[in-house]
Design a protein around this ligand. Structure first.
Ligand SMILES: *[C@@H]1O[C@H](CO)[C@@H](O)[C@H](O)[C@H]1NC(C)=O
Ligand SMILES: *[C@@H]1O[C@H](CO)[C@@H](O)[C@H](O)[C@H]1NC(C)=O
Ligand SMILES: *[C@@H]1O[C@H](CO)[C@@H](O)[C@H](O)[C@H]1NC(C)=O
Ligand SMILES: *[C@@H]1O[C@H](CO)[C@@H](O)[C@H](O)[C@H]1NC(C)=O
Length: 444
């Protein structure tokens, strides 16, 4: 054998080997996908904040220029993570039924969530806002150290729902632990107030707007048509694939595919479990199932409908009046801490013109575009996420506003930068301040 022949056979051997390797890794997908809860949470597959930030006590005070003084703090926070709501429990039951004859799901057991647990906070969901309170104290240390709790000075307001009120309570315990007279932890009892839910134009604007119900929620051309298109283009082929792969009989209804995402989300959140429903979808398929919900949020609660760019106007009006009252010396309130829904956050951010992706979340996006969406629930309005409005004064006495979402400053369109002059802010939003909410929402 000469050298040439030896080299040639080595070459052929390697060619064969590498061909085989790539064949295995690209074409043969696992029957079930193995991933840890941390992998899924930390890669932002869910609306769950990674533990590393959610429960961190190593918090640096927030930065701002030396010549500014932080005078007021406004918070809008989403409640902590919860159990599935009734509609979700029912969808998970339907999935149980759909997979009843599929060998893969034989040992999985039944849906552990019940309708009685509708909206109940889980353990994590009670801890998240408690840590948000602790983190607020550390983040705004110089500010909070000068505040003594008084119901007129620090206000707690919630949407009139038990899981949201409980979140506010948990936050207050984190914020004031060690400063009050009660018990071993020296807690401070606080006053938490709400408008009745059917009069709350501020935190439940979307529940109280008939025009929204009639023209946004089930808008055929804007929303329904898009979900049909996505159903036919993406969910139907995915359902067909799962049907073949897992022997599902009768064939899986494409409408149930997004609920596989939901099932996985709640099994991780409450049971740390990824070897059942989470194991059915690859990373990419998981993102495709999730995108169905992203589209819903976009069309129903964000830029997908023009009414949503005004729907936060009562919230904005109350905020502006409250800052002005303080600046004019008519109010002692320094902190207004509000707790509500993810949809509330979405509508307020949409009304402010932030939280806007470079392209709309429509059915025809490519997978790369879907992955490129920065402003979605999983990364912005997740459970217990926080939106702070900081009000500063400077030596020349111009008040300034900074918007900080999950401690990332957002520049409001029309402002010159992170710190927006108060008068400028008010002129940008002149047509949304003093809106007549009832008139705007009258229908037809
Ligand atoms: C405040 O300080 C910043 C630098 O930190 C400076 O750019 C700005 O001009 C100062 N403003 C006033 C009103 O002194
Ligand atoms: C809008 O619909 C929701 C149910 O989806 C209902 O609870 C609410 O009362 C309706 N709002 C108005 C103003 O009719
Ligand atoms: C859907 O929304 C568009 C945009 O506002 C509107 O023109 C249309 O009338 C709405 N459709 C319904 C059925 O309300
Ligand atoms: C496909 O589109 C039709 C309407 O064109 C709709 O009735 C059907 O529900 C869609 N399929 C899915 C899975 O969304």
């Amino acid at each position: 054998m000469n050298t040439y022949n030896i080299l040639y056979s080595i070459f052929v051997f390697y060619f064969f080997l590498s061909y085989n390797l790539s064949f295995c890794s690209e074409d043969e997908e696992p029957f079930l996908y193995k991933r840890s809860p941390d992998y899924l949470i930390n890669n932002r597959f869910f609306e769950i904040e990674p533990a590393e930030t959610a429960f961190s006590l190593d918090i640096q005070p927030i930065d701002y220029p030396d010549n500014y003084t932080l005078k007021q703090l406004y918070l809008l926070s989403r409640h902590g993570s919860r159990k599935p709501i009734i509609a979700q429990v029912q969808a998970l039951n339907q999935l149980d039924k759909a997979f009843a004859n599929a060998p893969v799901a034989k040992e999985w057991g039944k849906n552990p969530f019940t309708v009685e647990e509708n909206y109940r906070l889980g353990t994590r969901g009670k801890l998240e806002p408690y840590y948000d309170g602790i983190q607020s104290f550390k983040r705004y240390k110089k500010f909070w150290e000068n505040v003594k709790y008084d119901a007129d000075v620090v206000k707690f307001q919630t949407a009139d729902r038990f899981w949201i009120s409980q979140s506010a309570m948990a936050y207050s315990e984190g914020l004031f632990v060690g400063t009050g007279p009660i018990g071993a932890c020296k807690n401070e009892p606080v006053y938490i107030w709400s408008y009745p839910w059917n009069q709350d134009y501020f935190l439940e604007m979307y529940t109280n707007c008939l025009r929204f119900n009639q023209t946004v929620l089930n808008n055929f051309t804007y929303y329904i048509e898009q979900t049909y298109a996505y159903g036919n283009k993406t969910l139907a082929p995915l359902a067909e694939k799962l049907t073949k792969k897992y022997n599902i009989n009768p064939p899986l209804d494409p409408q149930l595919v997004p609920s596989i995402y939901t099932y996985c989300d709640f099994m991780v959140l409450h049971y740390d479990q990824t070897d059942t429903w989470c194991a059915l979808l690859s990373d990419d398929e998981h993102r495709l199932a999730l995108y169905y919900w992203t589209m819903r949020d976009y069309f129903q609660y964000s830029y997908g409908h023009p009414l949503n760019e005004k729907l936060g106007c009562a919230y904005l009006t109350q905020f502006v009046n409250s800052v002005d009252d303080y600046l004019n010396g008519n109010s002692r309130m320094v902190a207004d801490l509000k707790f509500a829904h993810g949809f509330t956050e979405s509508i307020v951010l949409t009304t402010l013109g932030v939280y806007k992706n470079k392209y709309p979340a429509t059915a025809d996006l490519t997978f790369e575009q879907i992955k490129g969406l920065k402003y979605i629930q999983q990364t912005v309005t997740y459970w217990s996420s926080t939106i702070y409005f900081e009000i500063y004064t400077s030596p020349s006495n111009d008040a300034l506003l900074r918007l900080v979402v999950n401690f990332e400053p957002y520049v409001i369109p029309g402002c010159d930068g992170e710190y927006c002059e108060w008068t400028k802010f008010k002129s940008i939003f002149a047509d949304k301040i003093n809106c007549d909410f009832e008139k705007m929402c009258a229908y037809p």
